[in-house]
Ligand binder design. Structure first.
Ligand code: MLT
Length: 273
């Protein structure tokens, strides 16, 4: 992985391929490696860029970062593209929390945006009870290192049963354990800062309606976090939206059904250039 000094932190980035840039933004509490099955397949004509967001994966969490807003993540990514000397526009692909970040990128840096892919995400804010649970989770992540080795084990135990489709849970134990290891390897303070940032995120539904770039909405048919009945309408709201549903996938089609995901993404990208 390459590293870049960005704003007040250092971001680690996995890159592959050459051509038009595509920026992949991971969800919470994951890192760039959720995209590895997609990026390793490659998409001819495209440069695939998958960073670890600040405080997650290998990327650093600056001292005293109590909350990382979705806007801060987006600012980091813009600074990253500048540091990489990428002068052209990019396609931004965001999964779940990465989708919240992608929408902040679209709000602030629309001139840099050639298209946007919203995977397993939403544009609405947290209901009050969800925001409160995030504050409790952040407190636990900060103060309970006694779990083996920290509270991310509990986060993994809580999330994993809901993250994958039934078929993935039953037949692909290696994917389930890979994701557990991604979650548990994270910095609990970075995860705490991100979860507090998610609780503060603004509603971006109107922004999506106004965006005048191609939008691909991708959803796993069994996603319990952002189910098809909530995601399909997002494509209808966007001026230039399109919806793809991936069967036998939950919240992480990029890991569970990477061939189908790449097919959908490559089709969308191919029409952009
Ligand atoms: C994610 O996968 O990024 C999270 O489930 C998003 C969230 O908690 O809202």
């Amino acid at each position: 992985m390459k590293s870049y000094k960005i704003n007040d932190t250092v971001l680690f980035v996995e890159e592959s391929g050459e051509g038009f840039p595509v920026l992949f933004i991971h969800g919470f509490p994951f890192d760039h490696s959720i995209w590895s099955r997609v990026c390793s397949r490659g998409i001819p004509g495209f440069r695939l860029i998958a960073p670890d967001l600040r405080g997650l994966g290998r990327s650093e969490l600056p001292d005293g970062a109590g909350t990382t807003t979705m806007e801060q993540f987006a600012d980091d990514l813009y600074a990253l593209l500048e540091a990489m000397d990428l002068t052209e526009k990019v396609v931004v692909v965001g999964l779940s929390m990465g989708g919240y970040v992608a929408m902040q990128f679209a709000r602030k840096y629309v001139d840099k945006l050639a298209g946007i892919v919203l995977c397993n995400t939403k544009t609405t804010t947290d209901p009050p009870e969800v925001a409160e649970n995030r504050r409790i989770q952040a407190e636990n992540l900060r103060t309970k290192p006694a779990f083996l080795p920290n509270y991310l084990n509990v986060v993994a135990d809580t999330m994993i049963p809901k993250l994958f489709a039934a078929k993935t849970q039953a037949e692909r134990p290696e994917i389930v354990s890979e994701l557990r290891s991604i979650i548990e390897s994270n910095n609990p303070l970075g995860a705490a800062a991100a979860t507090l940032g998610m609780a503060l995120r603004p509603d971006t539904t109107e922004l999506l309606q106004q965006l005048d770039v191609p939008v691909l909405v991708v959803c796993g048919s069994e996603d319990q976090f952002s189910p098809p009945m909530e995601m399909r309408p997002l494509a209808g709201l966007a001026k230039r939206g399109r919806y793809v549903e991936i069967a036998d996938a939950g919240h992480l089609p990029v890991m569970e059904q990477p061939e189908k995901f790449v097919e959908a993404l490559a089709g969308f990208l191919g029409e952009l250039i």
